[in-house]
Design a protein around this ligand. Structure first.
Ligand SMILES: [Zn+2]
Length: 314
């Protein structure tokens, strides 16, 4: 009975917390959760995993160059925030190891840097005709024929797709995120709450509800940041292909027990974008845009003023 009352009270608190972010400081969002202390930056690919290929560059090198500049830019903007890198050299780690590094670092935010790619467009045109020989019949009846057949030439041109996209995990993958959160609960739970949760059976609906709501909160925070990153890209004249949800290929976003986004910084398959994401100026512009968005995110976190984003609206 006592347990039941405690559970109901606890449920009331989490519902209160999620129905209004402004009343959130109640208990659950302890001060610890409303500050940005550690940001984890993940440079996509690396080592034998080259990522997408441009006409002269590989994604793994571009993502590392941008990630290192982002580290410096964020550190300058937020001297008190710890910046952790999943890699600083040309090495390969599988996404599981990368997610583990982020979780072990007790990250409050996970920023994943990638480049996009679109397949070249294939073209063909008829160049003329050639004579083709063929036979009919067998033995003495075998007869030689000729016919005219068209000839073609084939070539491809770069896909014109260009610009930026920022991803969050798809809302229908929240289950995976919840698992990551359960496995790394020490990351975001204050000790009082951990004690309360500790009284619950991990399989109990109350516990499940907690993780579900916490995941939705992280989803909201990630969506706010993703939308803002794209907004900052628009301000510097990039073509924004918008903030999106993705269910595949972004396992690392689901496996990290923290708000997380994946930024596709440009199309390496597009000649103009490839030049831009390889240039020192372009890379710095990208980092400045992301840093501005992180600044807004930090402000929203500290003042509990995130906008509510509908999972269906993206
Ligand atoms: Zn990639």
């Amino acid at each position: 009975m006592h347990k039941k009352i405690a559970a109901s009270f606890y449920l009331f608190l989490i519902v209160l917390c999620f129905t209004s972010f402004r009343t959130a400081p109640a208990i659950i969002t302890a001060a610890k959760q409303n500050t940005l202390r550690t940001i984890v930056i993940d440079a996509g690919h690396g080592g034998q995993d080259f990522g997408a290929k441009g006409s002269y560059s590989y994604e793994k090198n571009v993502t590392l160059a941008i990630a290192l500049k982002l580290q410096a830019t964020l550190q300058q903007a937020f001297p008190d925030v710890k910046i952790v890198m999943t890699r600083t050299t040309d090495v390969f780690d599988n996404p599981r190891v990368k997610a583990q590094k982020a979780n072990d670092a007790h990250g409050d935010l996970f920023l994943c840097i990638h480049c996009n790619s679109a397949p070249a467009i294939k073209h063909s045109e008829q160049t003329g005709y050639k004579t083709q020989t063929y036979y009919t019949g067998k033995g003495k009846k075998k007869k030689k024929h000729t016919k005219q057949v068209p000839t073609y030439r084939y070539w491809s041109t770069p896909n014109p797709a260009s610009g930026t996209e920022t991803y969050i995990w798809a809302a229908d993958r929240n289950d995976n995120k919840e698992v990551a959160m359960q496995e790394n609960e020490s990351l975001y739970m204050d000790s009082n709450l951990a004690k309360q949760i500790g009284d619950f059976d991990p399989g109990a609906p109350e516990t499940k509800m907690y993780y579900s709501l916490k995941t939705q909160q992280y989803f909201q925070r990630s969506a706010n940041l993703a939308l803002d990153v794209e907004n900052e890209f628009i301000k510097i004249g990039r073509t924004s292909r918008e903030a999106k949800q993705r269910g595949v290929g972004i396992w690392v976003l689901q496996a990290t027990a923290m708000p997380s986004i994946l930024v596709e910084t440009g199309f390496i398959s597009n000649p103009d974008d490839e030049d831009y994401i390889n240039s020192v100026d372009g890379q710095q512009q990208i980092c400045n845009a992301i840093t501005n968005a992180v600044q807004h995110y930090k402000n929203a976190l500290e003042t509990n003023s995130f906008q509510t984003v509908s999972p269906d609206s993206q």
